[in-house]
Design a protein around this ligand. Sequence first.
Ligand code: NAD
Length: 363
Amino acid sequence: MARSCSIAVLPGDGIGPEVMAEALKVLDAVEKKFDVTFARTHANVGGAGIDNEGKALPDTTVDICRASDAILFGSVGGPKWEFLPPDEQPERAALLPLRSIFGLYANLRPAIVFSSLTRASSLKEEVVSGGFDILVVRELTGGIYFSQPKGIEGEGRGRVGFDTLRYSVPEIERIAHVAFRAARERSGKLCSIDKANVLSSSVLWRETVTAVGKDYPEVELTHMYVDNAAMQLVRRPKQFDVLLCENMFGDILSDEAAMLTGSMGMLASASLNSSKFGLFEPAGGSAPDIAGKGVANPIAQILSAAMMLKYSLGQEQAAAAIEAAVAAILDKKIMTRDIATPGVKPVSTAAMGDAIVSEILAN
Ligand code: NAD
């Protein structure tokens, strides 16, 4: 009997529902091809949550997520809700609580330049020729964004603003294990990023990552200061495979790595907890400038679904089939507007989804 997996489908706002529709078509194709079925329950989130149920993360949505094996998330936000107080804004009021309710401490962000898209990269062609594939593993729930104390004290020009950067050994260990496991399944190379020449938290980070590395003798571990890593990413990105970062360094470097790939429409991401449960979403936002026009690139959403199959649902073969189909249709010059190379007539969001589905079914 086919394995049944349950998915909470949260399309959200802007291009979210458009690109989600294409990812769901791809899951239909996976059901036809592999021994698995997906029970999907749709729920409101973000602006859609505010409009339909009075808040960005309705309780019913949380219940649906709790009852599912994974969350497939679109994107949230847009001009309609920008007048709301910051705490009620769709992104802040939906994504942050979801991360904290489900303990999603590990953020995985691949930055892939497909060989047929090297021209879309912001780097010179000779630097990216042949493409590259980097995975940034970012700690998501600790570090300077969350550690206490933090605040602003004093009066007038005497005011002082301060934050604390704190990491415990277990917090470092659990994210290090995620990164080592990912590296083991890829090329076996892991570079841990820190600022151990200045920060005590980084000294402990380096020590702990090195100790965890003893469990993974097949992975080659190196360490790099964050300032050097920022430079090396634009100088010679192909030297990297998996990058392990604490929260703030990962925030900055994953955006840098993402931009090297050329379009927000290509970038998937996963946020995982320790029981393989995860939230999978495109790295970009709801793109209000192109919403409703049928031109959004659905690949980020489709590759997010592939990450869900791989990391939460144990369907590695199906995930690989989706990734291969994406690479193949790009080689055939089927491209949406954001990635179309000169001379290529862009296809619509739906046509891109259809092409990926046909490719999966044909192989
Ligand atoms: P954005 O990522 O939505 O858009 C930036 C640029 O990238 C735009 O030009 C857009 O057209 C383009 N783009 C993004 N995704 C694309 C796709 N799939 N195909 C083609 N082009 C694509 O960022 P923004 O404009 O700063 O934010 C818009 C809204 O999204 C805001 O309300 C913001 O709060 C929200 N946002 C949500 C998330 C999330 O849901 N996780 C993340 C970032 C921003």
